[in-house]
Ligand binder design. Structure first.
Ligand code: FES
Ligand SMILES: [Fe+2]
Length: 428
């Protein structure tokens, strides 16, 4: 259970809020590179941390992320004309470059002097892998670019998708470090999903419904270890790294690609779930890539031309009671991603954490909240840079291993939990 004021502290990310200030310390995914496919392609509206923005790619291929509203009289630049190295407002023709600088006011006689003094708020927008990243904080404190392995491996080894989730970021993120629901909610997927099935680890998962949780501190966040019984007096460990504020990785299964998420606040009631899959040492197969596009594994099948899942709140997530009864799915909802999203959205836009009854299987969640709270307050009160800003903290991996009973997972898995280019993942 969490006091209402702590819940407020951790869930509100708009300008001027303490958690908003913390999110503004990091490079975060702003959009997928595929949303701005070519020079002068149509501008894209987006909202991040409750700020309304416009992203565009100019005639030279430079990316810009600027205030959505024109400095003249506030029209949305989404209607704008992306032409000749700038975005021109459709109302009276004012034009802006990727830095937000106004470069033309065609209706005014002394156009140059006037526009030199007009500048919209602008943020950097940088492509690394399939993601365009931004930093919404103080330009003087901009950290080095992110170094997450999924974004750095060669393009044929990685795939990223995103979906709109109609809930606050924190309850979405909490699902990402909650290994105990897998055996229940996703039990059908472990047997049938092309990106999950067939791994030896799945058997350990299904045979022990009561994992024991142990959490270790990492420089950038936590490693959440979930321990289940294996044969011969050994333990099966699934280890989930969390890099603050909102990067998580799912422990791998067999030689399937590894996957994980970013949970990025759109506003306080909505977030983007970014879902990636990559293999550290081989190209994804055509079949794997197709399965990802079709919404298998951690991905979702979205309404074409949008990032809203086809199964969503308005159609009860295409609930199938027959499949639920027959045990094909545990909740009646198809697909790992929407199984998670449906339950997390069902809690309401911001779940009331003062009413929950946490148990030992929630240890990861409890520790993560404590760490977040500590970091938010240290930043607010003493200006301390939070964990996860330093790119060295990004070089982590999840792992799934079988260890002798007496082993400490964190000591035994030092190498397994470090992202090392060209080294295969540790997986069962
Ligand atoms: S409102 Fe944009 S040019 Fe007038
Ligand atoms: Fe899940």
């Amino acid at each position: 259970m969490l006091k209402p004021e702590i819940n407020e502290l951790l869930t509100r990310t708009g300008p001027g809020t303490p958690m908003g200030a913390m999110f503004r310390q990091y490079w975060i995914p702003a959009m997928l590179a595929e949303e701005l496919p070519e020079n002068d392609s149509p501008p894209v509206r987006l909202k991040l941390l409750s700020e309304r923005l416009i992203a565009f790619r100019d005639s030279e291929g430079r990316y810009g992320l600027i205030d959505e509203f024109c400095a003249h009289r506030g029209a949305s630049l989404w209607f704008g004309r992306n032409e000749q190295s700038g975005l021109r407002c459709a109302y009276h023709g004012w034009k802006y470059d990727v830095t937000g600088q106004c470069v033309e006011v065609p209706s005014e006689p002394d156009n140059n002097n006037f526009c030199a003094n007009v500048k919209l708020t602008a943020y950097p927008l940088v492509r690394i892998g399939d993601v365009l990243w931004t930093y919404l904080g103080d330009p003087a404190k901009q950290p080095p670019l992110p170094e997450f392995e999924f974004a750095l491996v060669p393009p044929e080894q990685t795939y990223t998708s995103k979906r709109w989730q109609e809930s606050n970021w924190l309850q979405a993120f909490e699902g990402g470090i909650d290994s105990s629901h897998v055996t229940f909610l996703h039990s059908g997927g472990l047997k049938s999903d092309p990106l999950f099935k067939g791994a030896k680890g799945n058997e350990y998962n299904m045979n022990d419904l009561k994992p024991f949780f142990e959490v270790a501190e990492a420089d950038g966040g936590l490693f959440v270890g979930a321990r289940r019984n294996a044969e011969d007096g050994q333990y099966y460990w699934r280890i989930t790294p969390w890099v603050m504020p909102c990067f998580t990785m799912v422990p791998p299964r067999g030689d399937h690609p590894m996957h994980g998420h970013f949970w990025i606040p759109i506003d306080d009631h909505n977030c983007w779930a970014y879902s990636f899959d990559y293999h550290p040492v081989r190209a994804l197969t055509e079949a794997e890539r197709q399965a990802m596009k079709d919404g298998h594994g951690v991905h979702s099948a979205n309404i074409p031309g949008t990032y809203r899942p086809q199964a969503n709140k308005d159609n009860d997530y295409l609930m199938d009671r027959e499949a639920q009864r027959a045990g094909e799915t545990y909740s009646g909802i198809k697909g790992i991603a929407m199984q998670d999203a449906s339950l997390q959205e069902s809690m309401g836009p911001i779940v009331d954490r003062s009413k929950e009854r946490l148990v030992s299987a929630d240890t990861g969640i409890i520790k993560a909240r404590q760490r977040l709270r500590k970091a938010v307050l240290a930043l607010r009160d003493e200006g301390v840079v939070p964990p996860g800003v330093d790119p060295a903290h990004h070089r982590v991996r999840s792992a799934a291993v079988v260890l002798p009973r007496e082993s400490s997972f964190i000591e035994a898995c030092q190498d397994a939990l470090t992202a090392s280019p060209g080294v295969p993942q540790s997986t069962v």
